[in-house]
Design a binder for this molecule. Structure first.
Ligand SMILES: [Cu+2]
Length: 386
């Protein structure tokens, strides 16, 4: 056992005893609960406020209440724009940037709808895990440590050797609790990709929350736009092999309670992934608008033009681009009505430039969120950090 591994084992021991002295290694939110044993699933409370007699009030069809994002340690609204570019630690002999990322697995309980908790397995204490972003050709080093209660892996979609595939029995295979491994490969091809745990049983490890976006920008970048990461996910809260809550970025109906501010006339670009387990098909439908779609994001020209609904099977991804012509609130949701009613439904709030600051403030956002949303490309990021 090398020194790094022995350190990890001792840290794992601390966490298991609930002494939690590894604050420098894991987020505070993770520390709160990482030492706890897996809890029994929380039964679904009745959906209060669902009043079938009221047909004119959207809110009457929604999950009612507020989710405590601070206690969760992550906010779906911030997840739209909080890309992880890693740290540029050098260059390869052939002159490509080396980007290093730190990812830790850990067990935490998360609130996925008001009052509904789910015992998640996470990357970096959040579901989805960090939105890893790089530029085509970068050399990526993903330093993965497993502080969780089960063996896990990180399986990336992209070109890489079998040894780096993060699959049980091939290369290093599963990373056991207390162990660490560095996955290394080139960011190739550009596109809207994903990573997820590939330990067995696969459907359990994925639906527990072990997945995240992996976006690779083309070398020349893409045209300026307001960019969002949207992960269509769902949760089986009673472990019966079917989902009870559906969402984009984990929290059901979050973007109905807090419409996403966008500006009339600007290009909106969504990096969309479907990771929903147990249901064969998910979809994304946009109101009052049409979009161009780049299947898997691996082309610079759209693969579908002027559509308002796309389907994704589990693991499929793509990029949507659209522009709002008029101010107002525009829904986006699964065109599977059941999913929409169980949480997969949100709103864009399209406003004029002069009203944008007010629209941000209404949903608890500031200029930093606006900046991150409009400066997401890793191409420009490397100019800043290198
Ligand atoms: Cu796993």
């Amino acid at each position: 056992m090398n020194q790094r591994l022995s350190q990890l084992f001792s840290r794992r021991g601390f966490l298991g005893l609930g002494l939690g002295s590894a604050a420098g290694m894991v987020g505070a939110g993770m520390l709160n609960t990482m030492g706890q044993a897996q809890q029994e699933p929380t039964p679904m409370p009745p959906m209060e406020g669902m009043d079938p007699s009221n047909h004119n009030n959207l809110m009457s069809e929604m999950l009612v209440g507020e989710v405590n994002h601070v206690a969760n340690g992550f906010d779906p609204m911030q997840m739209l724009v909080d890309w992880d570019y890693g740290t540029i630690t050098g260059a390869t002999e052939d002159g490509r940037l080396i980007r290093e990322y730190n990812v830790s697995a850990g067990d935490i309980d998360i609130e996925i709808a008001p009052g509904i908790f789910f015992p998640a397995w996470t990357y970096n204490g959040r579901v989805p895990g960090p939105s890893i972003r790089a530029t085509e050709g970068d050399q990526l080093r993903i330093n993965f440590s497993n502080f969780g209660s089960h063996p896990h892996t990180m399986h990336f979609h992209g070109f890489h050797t079998a040894e780096m595939d993060g699959v049980p029995g091939i290369g290093r295979g599963v990373i056991n609790p207390g162990e660490a491994f560095t996955y290394e490969f080139e960011a190739d091809p550009f596109g809207s990709h994903l990573y997820h745990c590939h330990a067995m049983p696969l459907k359990r490890h994925i639906h527990k929350g072990m997945y995240g976006a992996f976006v690779v920008d083309p070398r020349e970048g893409r045209a300026p736009a307001r960019e969002f990461m949207m992960m269509m996910n769902a949760f089986d809260t009673n472990f019966d092999g079917g989902n009870e809550i559906y969402a984009v970025n984990t929290v059901g109906h979050e973007f109905m309670r807090r419409p996403i501010p966008v500006k009339v006339g600007e290009t909106v670009r969504v990096y969309l992934t479907n990771i929903v387990e147990f249901d064969l098909i998910n979809s994304f439908h946009l109101h009052g608008n049409f979009f161009n779609y780049y299947d898997t994001g691996t082309t610079l020209e759209p693969t579908l033009r002027t559509v308002d609904t796309i389907m994704q099977a589990q693991g499929q991804r793509g990029i949507l681009e659209f522009t709002f012509r008029w101010t107002g609130q525009y829904m986006f949701h699964a065109h599977v009505s059941e999913f929409a009613e169980l949480g997969w439904m949100g709103l864009f709030n399209a406003v004029n430039e002069n009203d944008y600051s007010a629209a941000l403030a209404e949903v608890g956002l500031d200029a930093e969120w606006d900046y991150k949303g409009t400066h997401g490309s890793a191409v420009s990021q490397s100019e800043v950090t290198s």
